[in-house]
Design a protein around this ligand. Structure first.
Ligand SMILES: [Zn+2]
Length: 223
């Protein structure tokens, strides 16, 4: 049976803009602090694999623990007990599992990921591995009231995902990426739950839009 969770910024040793539980090495935090935060998490849940995310569309299958972080925006595993982590601060951490416990996946879906179909590619790969009935959960991300974008980006995204187009709390064009992702998955008959929290509004979460220099939370899943 798959299990999953999302971290918050509470509980780690990072300081300043990264306080407290930053789990990302690439954001300018002290490496030793990040590694301590990761070790603390691993001491609770077991081995965790992180990835080098780039808003790309690479999906990798990971079946062993490694200190090497695969360059990808989605990881799948069939190995029981191996935790997969996706790091975010406004983007959507999407966690997927198969009800027959064939495999699980952690996916990084931002605006670029929605457009490049990273979630669909991950699902196709899960099906190749034998998944028949996939479910998912979208962790905390920036909400449509906060995620204002310029007209050009608004037009680009809504041309492909009309349901993403909305207005922010100040009335400017904004995007509801989580709604668009859920709609994209629903068309593949995959039902998903969605966390209510908005990273930009909830001070217990990291938000790139709100703070610029900041840490990353993790969405973690294992079989
Ligand atoms: Zn918000």
């Amino acid at each position: 049976m798959a299990s999953h969770f999302f971290t918050s910024r509470h509980g780690g040793v990072s300081e300043g803009a990264y306080q407290q539980n930053n789990l990302a090495l690439h954001v300018g935090d002290v490496e030793e602090s990040v590694l301590r935060n990761r070790e603390q998490l691993a001491s609770i849940v077991g081995e965790i694999v992180f990835m080098k995310q780039s808003h790309g569309d690479s999906v990798v299958v990971v079946d062993e623990t490694t200190s090497f972080e695969p360059a990808a925006d989605a990881m799948i595993t069939q190995r029981t007990g191996l935790n997969l982590a996706v790091l975010t601060a406004d983007c959507i951490p999407l966690l997927l599992w198969d009800t027959s416990a064939c495999c699980v996946a952690a996916v990084h879906v931002g605006r670029k990921g929605l457009m490049n179909g990273i979630a669909v590619k991950t699902i196709n790969k899960m099906k190749e591995l034998g998944s028949k009935d996939i479910r998912g959960v979208l962790g905390p991300s920036i909400c449509h009231s906060c995620y204002e974008v310029g007209e050009d980006i608004f037009d680009q995204v809504t041309a492909v995902f009309p349901v993403a187009g909305t207005r922010s709390k100040t009335g400017n064009p904004s995007l509801d990426l989580a709604h668009a992702l859920q709609d994209q998955l629903q068309k593949l008959k995959i039902s998903t739950a969605r966390a209510d929290a908005c990273t930009c509004e909830d001070q217990s979460l990291f938000s790139y839009r709100r703070d610029g220099v900041t840490g990353r939370i993790a969405g973690v899943i294992s079989l």
